[in-house]
Unconditional design. Structure first.
Ligand code: HAM
Length: 424
């Protein structure tokens, strides 16, 4: 017989986990709305060229790319930023600026699965398009911070850097754009041996490598920006930018001790241009990065006008894993009805329908279990109360509402049942 397995790197989620995911998702949406971000949704699959345009064909190895029945090159989205920018360039560009957008969606990457790394995973992200850079960068950083903290994840570090600092160094050393992208890839993987070999192979200056290594190892509070300034041999506009950004973060209620400056943040995707950041959390092992983002340039790539854009995405699954696990799971069912005759079943259906319409959750024993067994079941599924209805209750038009935690019974008339639950 065929063994029907899930595809590698995918997961099924039971109801209690979905409940937890929904609670966290709702919390994130609330924070995004409080910053006046509006939700958008884009397709799960796109034309492959959308992802190749900036990154080159190499990206195809890392994504789910295929030909559809019409011979079109299609890819499951590995992230949503490219899609949101396509949407902006094609349809949203006439809207008043700035655009503040957020999204939640599944993404697909052809990766080697392990804890916190999947082939299908979810991202919760946000983008600001068309605002001055400093204001927009500060706003997305603040949103990411309050999302992370509000989600209950144990955040260990928020590392903020700026690709312009490295770029200034490369330009001084006359290292071209292609080589810069390769160097950033080594840095993103923290592969310093590979970087040494790359510099040697390309005949790049060892002094530049030395300064670069010192620069990317600068990681600490904002005072390290003075050290970076020295390394860069004087004025560097992007270091001044980071200092201004730090001041803005204070006004958002984010203290110096709650983030660090890390000029080694290189980011794995090719579209970043300015401020970049990553958030790490505890309890995730090797895949500790729960969020990544920064300022990027994609509008021109998709035929639009140049416009400042910045954003981030949380790995939603990692956010869930990073929450402290001792949280109580709140019982979610208000009432479990136990009918002991056919007539009683009809009454239960009537009462449950009235309560459900009013937003009270109600379930009814469907198996005709004996009362004792039915109470046992109500207990296992976390029902807050249970109600048995038999001939006596039908005759008296009254039930005993049993509190499942204390065992206390409260007599309530049928006609007052909704009131009883709504006033709880
Ligand atoms: P990213 O760093 O590639 O950035 O992905 C964002 C987050 O998605 C990561 O920090 C990680 O938590 C999560 N993630 C990535 N791959 C996986 C995986 N295979 N399994 C589970 N979680 C994963 C972006 O995608 C950018 N679009 C973010 C952005 C928005 N930048 C600007 N705007």
């Amino acid at each position: 017989m065929t063994d029907f397995q899930r595809p590698r790197g995918t997961r099924d989620f039971p109801p209690e986990e979905m409940e937890q995911r929904r609670i966290v998702e709702d919390g994130l949406r609330k924070v995004a709305r409080s910053f006046n971000f509006g939700e958008v949704m884009t397709p799960t699959f796109e034309n492959t060229e959308l992802f190749v345009a900036k990154s080159g064909p190499g990206i195809i190895d890392e994504i789910y790319a295929f030909k559809d029945k019409g011979d079109r090159e299609i890819s499951l989205r590995p992230e949503l930023t490219a899609a949101v920018m396509r949407y902006y360039v094609k349809e949203l560009h006439t809207r008043p600026k700035p655009l503040k957008l957020y999204y939640m969606g599944n993404c697909f990457r052809y990766e080697r699965p392990q804890k916190g790394r999947y082939r299908e995973f979810w991202q919760f992200g946000a983008e600001i398009i068309g605002a001055p850079s400093l204001e927009a960068d500060a706003e997305v950083l603040a949103l990411a911070y309050y999302c992370a903290v509000g989600s209950g994840a144990v955040v260990t570090d928020i590392r903020i850097g700026h690709l312009g600092v490295m770029k200034a160094l490369f330009e001084k050393a006359q290292i071209g754009d292609d080589l810069q992208a390769d160097i950033r890839r080594y840095l993103d993987k923290k592969d310093f041996d590979g970087l040494d070999a790359f510099f040697a192979e390309k005949g790049l200056s060892p002094e530049t490598l030395g300064t670069l290594t010192e620069l990317v190892n600068l990681h600490g509070n904002r005072n390290i920006l003075d050290k970076a300034q020295e390394l860069m041999g004087g004025d560097c506009a992007d270091i001044v930018y980071l200092k201004d950004l730090a001041r803005r973060l204070n006004s958002y209620g984010i203290q110096d001790s709650q983030y660090s400056i890390d000029l080694g943040v290189a980011r794995g995707l090719d579209y970043y241009t300015g401020m970049v950041f990553e958030i790490d959390a505890a309890g995730l092992g090797a895949e500790s990065q729960i969020c990544g983002g920064g300022a990027y340039s994609l509008s021109e790539t998709f035929g639009g006008q140049q416009i400042f854009s910045t954003g981030f995405a949380f790995g939603f699954d990692r956010l869930i894993l990073a929450r402290s696990s001792d949280e109580e799971i709140i019982p979610k069912l208000d009432i479990y009805f136990i009918p002991i005759s056919d007539d009683a079943r009809l009454k239960c259906l009537e009462l449950a329908t009235e309560l459900r319409k009013a937003g009270v959750s109600a379930d009814i024993d469907l198996l005709g279990r004996k009362v004792g067994k039915a109470f046992g079941y109500a207990d296992t599924i976390g029902a807050r109360t249970a109600i048995v209805i038999g001939d006596k209750e039908l005759a008296e038009k009254k039930v005993n509402v049993k509190d499942m935690a204390t065992g206390d019974q409260t007599p309530v008339e049928f006609s007052r049942l909704l009131d009883h639950y709504q006033n709880k």
